[in-house]
Design a protein around this ligand. Structure first.
Ligand code: PMP
Length: 388
């Protein structure tokens, strides 16, 4: 174990990997303590939705527990194809492809489509799987400052002419800062420099835009405005897996050539069935997205009013609450746990030094009373620790 983590255990400050007994909904049980969850990626609370349980049971009975093969050969089930059609419709693209993890989706997409002679330009705060995809691809890659379109322009101006093809990749909603990429400007700049665009909507799907369809919904973009939409089935969608939604020829190419499709076992059909049902629920139950958006607006206002620094987080369920150095951040999270709230402390190297934070994730299923209790607790702890 690393020295810092050893000390956390020694001083009783370790709040990572605490085993949750049962469903990870907005209330969880750890040992004999019941806690309010403030760190779940199941933003819409679909993880505890009765329809999801029903579909999972039915799919298990119909398909069994695994796919029994890779997608290219014998691992494709009818439900995989139904899910891919649904994702394509949801993202208003021609087609889509599903992989067995979001992490792997980024790795395989980038390394299949781009290589030597190409350049990949990424936001400094893009997810680790995008960095790893760049490394695997053997393309050159460069970073621009977070959400800084002027810096993106500079990188493209300085480098575009040296490469055959260029791909600009951003996270739609940034997982550590909870802010949204300025997609209309990014698309425009990429177009001016004859470059492709890709957006990772792991935290945007089901959370932003009036219909929860993601960044295109939020910015009211035209269908296909972004060349490649990537998303996960492990967050607002309470399953596992990742997808790419794009033009048909891109998806067909990926189906025959991307290593994670050709050489890795298919997503279990049960997970595909759950994902399909979750997308149907998002489309039909508009109250869910409304509750989520009401809850995150209420929470962020409350935290800001107390004087906490929440960076530029706005209109997303991820609210970073800056605490300071590592140990202070761990101490704060430990105090929250003592009061009955589970929230993950995020520290260096995941975020810059001294910018340790609680990454608060609001859910559609939090009640107003629960959010009020969280805010009251944060006021008490924040004052006692002199954070506010
Ligand atoms: N992209 C982003 C922005 C993420 O936050 C994550 C996971 N936290 C992934 C990709 C990987 O997705 P998965 O966990 O479904 O593999």
């Amino acid at each position: 174990m690393l020295a810092r983590e050893k000390n956390l255990v020694r001083f009783g400050l370790m709040t990572y990997m605490l085993p949750i007994q049962g469903v990870a909904s907005n209330k969880v049980t750890i040992g004999n303590q019941e806690l309010l969850m403030l760190g779940s990626y199941s933003y819409l609370g679909l993880i505890s939705h009765p329809e999801i349980f029903k579909v999972a049971h039915e799919a298990l009975d119909k398909y069994g527990s695994g796919a029994g093969g890779v997608r290219l050969l014998t691992g494709t089930a009818d439900i995989h194809e139904q899910l891919e059609r649904k994702i394509a419709d949801f993202k208003r693209t021609e087609d889509s492809i599903v992989y067995s993890s979001g992490y792997v989706t980024n790795m395989t997409l980038i390394s299949t489509l781009f290589g030597k002679d190409d350049l990949i330009v990424i936001d400094k705060y893009d997810h680790q799987s995008i960095y790893d995809g760049c490394i695997l691809s053997k393309a050159d890659w460069k970073r621009f400052n977070h959400n800084d379109t002027g810096d993106l322009e500079r990188v493209l101006e300085e480098n575009r002419s040296n490469y055959k093809r260029v791909l600009v990749i951003v996270d739609g909603v940034f997982s550590m800062d909870g802010d949204i990429a300025p997609m209309p400007e990014i698309i425009e700049i990429a177009k001016q420099h004859d470059s492709f665009t890709m957006v990772d909507e792991a935290h945007a799907l089901g959370t932003v835009g009036p219909n929860g369809r993601g960044v295109d919904d939020y910015f009211d973009l035209k269908p296909g405005a972004v060349d490649i939409y990537m998303g996960t089935l492990s967050k607002a969608i309470p399953s596992i897996g990742g997808y790419i939604a794009a033009r048909k020829e891109v998806i067909t190419y990926l189906k025959f050539t991307s290593n994670a499709f050709v050489f890795s076992a298919a997503l279990p059909p049960m997970c595909a069935a759950v994902s399909l049902k979750a997308l149907e629920i998002i489309e039909t139950d508009k109250e869910l997205i409304k509750s989520l958006q009401k809850n995150y607006a209420y929470f962020i206002n409350g935290v800001k009013e107390m004087g906490y620094n929440t960076l530029r987080s706005k209109d997303t369920p991820i609210v970073p609450v800056i605490i300071g150095d590592d140990i202070k951040t761990f101490r704060y999270a430990k105090k929250m746990k003592k009061e009955g709230i589970l929230v993950p402390p995020i520290v260096f190297p995941a975020v810059p030094r001294e910018a340790g934070r609680l990454r608060c994730c609001v859910m559609a299923t939090h009640t107003e009373d629960e959010i009020d209790f969280i805010l009251e607790t944060m006021e008490k702890i924040g004052k006692s620790m002199k954070v506010i």
